[in-house]
Design a protein around this ligand. Structure first.
Ligand code: IVH
Length: 680
């Protein structure tokens, strides 16, 4: 940026210009990152620009404007949402549930247009996002209002929350920006974000979201936009509302224009020359459904030409020029035969429905979580009830509702237990939590679960020490706490019939190897309440050693980014427990020595993400992850458009397919090693 001599004299003028420049830069890099998946600067560089803008705005608060990227992070909580009346009603769509009904739609269209049934209509096919519809109003390119669909006529003003959606520009960029642009789109959460939110909720003893749609709705309808800001909502735009100063001849032109202005459009949108291509798209998407990083519940077919759309017009609630082609529901009706109580690692007692087995889109479901007793009471769930069960993505099936008209009067109500079903200890309900917890320190399933957690892949990654084996070791009294894992000897395994020499020595080697895991893994493996993987990583980075963490005070802990009072208190409580410290001490004496690998700043892979999939032969997944991290990159679990490389071993499945669909670079193990060698 060029400053004139006079500008340089007046710091305020300089600040005004720099603010404008910073906002432009931040929005540009936001779009490169969130919409185009082509980041040009590192996160640290982005943060530095962001902080510079924050500092300037703090110095000159009068420069803060609603479209500043600093205003995305959420402001003061509201009492309620204001009503917003849509200038044009937000319609819904008629449904088709199979290929036959799609062809019927096409015939209806042709009849209404008065063209021959042999003609081919140009359609646009889109995934039907399973989220919630919103309307965005841009005036002279600046986002003014965002509202939910509501009843189609009037929705709620969720502007503050929509501002937190990172992929959405607060100001449009490019040429010929119309005076008024209303755009409709679907707000949704990726499956990954949904899982993460639920893991956090579980750790906090809060009720879980049943599916990503509910989670997105719950996040968007937060009165406190700071909570929304922590939920990585996404959006794809798919329809115009009222526009002044722009004219789009077709849906394709509309998509091209809004994409050029910076609005996110689903890259899977496909033109179809005729109904058969639209049917093929529906079949294709059904195949891809399980490997997409978000939920779709069907496809939408629209006539491409807006002139033809106008000619066909609307019925009372839905247009004649579009149809929603729904996939078969992932729901089924079955009977609750029993309710079992499962005791988790943290003592939480979860009611689980044992179901009469039922098929849901190819999978036999015989268990469903009932979450907690509040849910049971709310849904009035009883043993013997006929219920609707839902399976969403790869989420544990859940009971959606009871079919009350199927009641016979013989159903049995459920009462929360007063004693732990496993150890008989008292059960308590901690204030603000919906969960019931067994308070018994020696509760066998809790200990067992904590050992399984310790050895699990995301924690200490001890291969071979799975659920079944831990259960046996625990029952035989060979492993009573995690520290006992490091006392196991070859002789202990003689008690297992099918334990050959090779298996035993592999297991002992895996245990030995685990002694030098990353510090964050060890912290996570300890199973401290509220300390998930992310928190464990933050703690490892902040304290650098287990000893420092053990001695950390409450105040030191809460001064760390992302660590609040609940987490800090839980860590202090954990380390003030004599028994816990003894177990840790025993592990350290046995040679457990967690390591901390400092990330190489400016390493070859800085800002790059990798996904490893399939059977790897040259290194374990864990080793690969460490190699990537040592070069400043990140290894993640699922493939998204943001993934830079997928390293595929033998028999790679859905992740490899997804990488190919999304055009992510796929490497063999050898190619990855070659890249590493170049890096070194
Ligand atoms: S177009 C008049 N396109 O489905 C046309 N809707 O059943 C209005 N939806 O309320 C909608 N993905 O919430 C359209 N690509 C897509 C969509 C989509 C999801 C939702 C939307 C709408 C509902 C209609």
């Amino acid at each position: 940026m060029q400053l004139s001599f006079l500008d340089a004299i007046d710091p305020k003028v300089t600040a005004v210009k720099r603010c404008a420049e910073l906002r432009r830069l931040l929005e540009y890099h936001n779009r490169q990152y969130y919409v185009l998946d082509a980041p040009e600067i590192t996160d640290a560089e982005y943060d530095a620009l962001f902080r510079e803008l924050q500092a300037l705005e703090k110095l000159y608060p009068e420069l803060i404007s609603a479209e500043s990227p600093t205003q995305r992070v959420g402001g003061a909580a509201l009492d309620r949402f204001m009503a917003v009346t849509h200038r044009l009603p937000m319609l819904s769509l008629e449904n088709a549930t199979n290929e036959l009904e799609i062809r019927d739609f096409d015939l209806r269209v042709k009849k209404n247009l008065g063209v021959s049934s042999e003609d081919r209509i140009s359609y646009i096919c889109e995934p039907k996002m399973d989220g919630l519809a919103v309307e965005l109003v841009y005036v002279d390119g600046v986002l003014q209002v965002a509202s939910t669909r509501g009843d189609g006529t009037t929705g709620e003003d969720v502007t503050e929350n929509i501002r937190t959606v990172r992929s959405l520009p607060l100001r449009l960029t490019g040429d010929h920006i119309p005076h008024l642009l209303e755009v409709r789109g679907e707000v949704f959460l990726s499956l990954e974000a949904f899982h993460r939110i639920n893991v956090e909720k579980e750790e906090n003893g809060e009720p879980l979201f049943a599916n990503p749609r509910n989670a997105a709705a719950g996040s968007l309808r937060q009165l406190d936009s700071r909570i929304t800001a922590r939920r990585p909502l996404s959006i794809y735009c798919y329809a115009p509302g009222m526009c002044e100063g722009a004219d789009f001849p077709s849906q394709q032109d509309f998509f091209a224009a809004i994409a050029a202005w910076g609005l996110p459009v689903n890259p899977l949108v496909t033109p179809a020359a005729g109904v058969e291509a639209a049917v093929a798209f529906y079949a294709d998407m059904q195949g891809k459904r399980e490997s997409l990083p978000y939920e779709i519940d069907g496809t939408v077919i629209k006539i491409d030409s807006f002139a033809l759309q106008r000619e066909l017009g609307e019925k009372s609630r839905s247009p004649r020029w579009a149809v929603a082609c729904k996939f078969p529901p992932r729901q089924a009706v079955t009977v609750i035969e029993d309710v079992l109580l499962s005791v988790g690692r943290t003592g939480v007692i979860t009611p689980v429905a044992s179901l009469r087995p039922v098929q849901i889109s190819g999978v036999t479901v015989s268990r469903a979580t009932l979450h907690n007793w509040d849910e049971i009471a709310l849904k009035d769930i009883r043993i013997g009830d006929t219920v609707v069960v839902e399976r969403a993505g790869d989420v544990i099936p859940a009971v959606v509702r009871v079919l009350l008209d199927k009641r016979t009067g013989t159903e049995q109500s459920l009462l929360p237990p007063e004693k732990c079903p496993q150890c008989g200890s008292d059960v308590v309900r901690i204030a603000d939590e919906v969960a019931l917890r067994c308070m018994g320190l020696a509760c066998p399933p809790q200990i067992r679960e904590s050992i399984i957690h310790f050895a699990s892949r995301n924690a200490m990654d001890i291969e071979g020490l799975g659920e079944k084996f831990v259960e046996q070791l625990h029952t035989l009294g060979l492993v009573r706490s995690v520290a006992d894992i490091y006392r196991l000897t070859r002789a202990d395994f003689d008690r297992f019939d099918r334990m050959g020499d090779k298996l035993a020595s592999n297991l002992l080697a895996a245990i030995e190897n685990s002694k030098q895991r990353d510090l964050w893994r060890f912290i996570f493996a300890l199973g401290i309440r509220h300390v998930g993987e992310r928190t464990a990583k933050a703690l490892a980075q902040a304290f650098g050693s287990l000893e420092n963490l053990r001695r950390a005070t409450f105040d030191e802990l809460i001064s760390i980014r992302d660590i609040g009072a609940t987490v800090a208190q839980s860590i202090v409580t954990f380390f003030s427990n004599q028994g816990n410290c003894e177990i840790i001490q025993r592990m350290l004496l046995a040679g457990v020595a967690p390591v901390i690998e400092l990330k190489k700043v400016g390493g070859r892979f800085t800002g790059k993400t990798f996904v490893f999939t399939g059977a790897l032969v040259r290194f374990t997944r864990d080793e690969a992850q460490r190699m990537v991290e040592a070069e400043g990159g990140a290894a993640v679990g699922s493939v998204s458009r943001k993934t830079n490389f997928v390293v595929a071993g033998g028999d790679a499945g859905s992740k490899l397919n997804r990488a190919r669909d999304l055009g992510v670079t796929v490497l063999t193990e050898d190619e990855f090693v070659a890249m590493l060698e170049q890096a070194g």
